[in-house]
Design a protein around this ligand. Structure first.
Ligand code: PEP
Length: 247
C-alpha cells in the first residue's frame, strides 16, 4: 500500500477559498506518484473540489457521513451523496465527532459498516485522552475503540485505514513523540491480525496530532507509521505540500 497523507480541513475554507487552495496546491504536488494525497474539505466544498481536482491524482474525502442511504435525518449526508461528488474516503470517529458531538462507538461501527457496503474506504480515528494516557490506559482504550468499531465486520480489516490521534495532541501544538506513536501503531497492527486471522496488512495506520512541516518527516521515518492525518497544517497549500513531500 502506498503511504497516505491526508488533510482534514475541519470547519474551514468556503467553496471559493477551496478553489483558490486547489489551484495553488496542484502544481506543488504535481508528478508525485509514489504516495496518496487526500483532501477532506467540508461538505459544502466537495462539489467545487471535485471539479478543481479533475485530472489530478489528489483524492477527495469527507469528514463524516450518515449510515442510512436516505430519509428523515435532518442535517445529515449519505454515502451515495458523497460518492456522486467523487468522494472515495470518509473520516469516521474523529475525536471532535466523538467528544464534541457525542458520537458513541456503536454509531461509529454503523458508519464504518455503511462505508464498506458502499465501497468507500473509511479512515477510522482512535486515540486516548490525556487522563487515560496518564493512567496507563492508552493501549486498552485503543483496543476497545478498534474492537467496537469493527464489531461484526472483522473480516474487512484490510478495507479500512486507521488514524491514531491522541486527543491531547490534536490542535495542541504538542504532538506525540514519533517513538511513542510507533509503539501504538505496532500495537494496532498486531491487534488487527488478532481481530482478523486472514488480515493481509493492507490497513495503513496514520498518525495525527499537531503534525507540521518540522516534525512530519520524523513520524514518516517510523516503521509502522504509514501516513499522516493533518489538521491545522493542511489549511495552507504551501505548508501541506511540504508535508506531502516530507519523506
Ligand atoms: C486532526 O484534526 O485530525 C488533527 C490531527 O489536527 P491537528 O493536525 O491540527 O492537530
Amino acid at each position: 500500500m502506498m503511504k497516505l497523507i491526508a488533510g482534514n480541513w475541519k470547519m474551514n475554507l468556503t467553496p471559493s477559498q477551496t478553489s483558490e487552495y486547489i489551484k495553488a496546491f496542484l502544481p506543488l504536488v504535481e508528478g508525485i506518484e509514489d504516495r496518496e494525497v487526500l483532501l477532506c474539505p467540508p461538505f459544502t466544498s466537495l462539489c467545487v473540489a471535485q471539479e478543481a481536482l479533475k485530472g489530478s491524482r489528489v483524492k477527495l474525502g469527507a469528514q463524516n457521513c450518515h449510515y442510512e442511504e436516505r430519509g428523515a435525518f435532518t442535517g445529515e449526508v449519505s454515502l451515495d451523496m458523497l460518492k456522486e461528488l467523487g468522494v472515495s474516503y470518509v473520516i469516521v470517529g474523529h475525536s471532535e465527532r466523538r467528544w464534541l458531538f457525542g458520537e458513541p462507538d456503536e454509531l461509529i461501527n454503523k458508519k464504518i459498516t455503511a462505508c464498506l457496503h458502499k465501497g468507500i474506504r473509511p479512515i477510522l480515528c482512535v486515540g486516548e485522552k490525556l487522563e487515560e494516557r496518564e493512567a496507563g490506559l492508552t493501549f486498552k482504550v485503543i483496543e476497545t475503540q478498534i474492537r467496537l468499531a469493527l464489531s461484526g465486520i472483522e473480516e474487512y480489516t484490510d478495507k479500512i485505514d486507521i488514524a491514531y490521534e491522541p486527543v491531547w495532541a490534536i490542535g495542541s501544538g504538542n504532538p506525540a513523540s514519533p517513538e511513542d506513536a510507533q509503539l501504538v501503531h505496532a500495537f494496532i497492527k498486531e491487534l488487527l491480525s488478532q481481530i482478523n486471522p486472514r488480515h493481509e496488512g493492507k490497513t495503513r495506520v496514520l498518525y495525527g496530532g499537531s503534525v507540521n512541516t518540522s516534525n512530519a518527516g520524523s513520524f514518516m521515518a517510523m516503521r509502522d507509521i504509514d501516513g499522516l492525518l493533518v489538521g491545522g497544517a493542511s489549511l495552507n497549500p504551501e505548508t501541506f505540500s511540504q508535508i506531502v513531500k516530507c519523506f
